[in-house]
Write a protein that binds this ligand. Structure first.
Ligand code: GTP
Ligand code: MG
Length: 151
């Protein structure tokens, strides 16, 4: 099964939305393999969002993402990278559908509460950036057969 790196940004933590948002993934049947609260250093922020380093909003993005603790997680499930991106919604919350996380909880692109990996390559890169292998736990879910036809 696929793994995705999902991070609740500082605004989500400060707004006390972490449980609510993580609960959506749990309710869907996805499995949380790792989770930790941390304040991202500017170095890690620049590395994580390296693809945007030339964009005009890069400085604001680094300031935003380092402005308080984030909740970094690894989430696992069948085809979960695209599934989670759908649940997260459009980058600009104004364009995010109702029922998506950004569409339900956010207004501004620069305060869009959550990050999720956009491909298998970025998921692998981001997970390795934030977690040691020993911090990621695999375990079986007792209701796996209720969630997957072929567990
Ligand atoms: P992430 O899951 O956080 O990577 O968001 P995304 O994949 O939906 O969008 P993208 O990777 O293009 O941008 C990364 C993050 O940069 C966004 O989630 C925003 O927080 C921020 N960002 C993107 N575009 C803008 C912008 O035009 N202005 C501002 N202020 N921030 C932006
Ligand atoms: Mg992105």
């Amino acid at each position: 099964k696929q793994r995705s790196f999902v991070m609740l940004k500082p605004d989500a933590v400060k707004r006390r939305l972490a449980g609510e948002v993580l609960g959506r993934f749990e309710n869907r049947g996805l499995k949380i393999l790792a989770a930790k609260l941390l304040v991202i250093t500017p170095e890690l922020a620049k590395e994580h969002y390296g693809e945007h380093s030339e964009r005009p909003f890069f400085k604001d993005l680094v300031e935003y993402i380092t402005s308080g603790p984030v909740l970094a997680t690894v989430i696992e499930g069948e085809e979960c990278i695209s599934l989670i991106r759908k649940m997260v919604g459009a980058t600009n919350p104004q364009e995010a559908d109702l029922g998506t996380i950004r569409g339900d909880y956010a207004i501004d692109t620069g305060r869009n509460i959550i990050h999720a990996s956009d491909s298998e390559t970025s998921a692998a890169r981001e997970i390795a950036l934030f977690f040691e292998d020993s911090e990621i736990y695999d375990y079986s879910m007792p209701d796996e057969e209720m969630i997957y036809e072929e567990p």
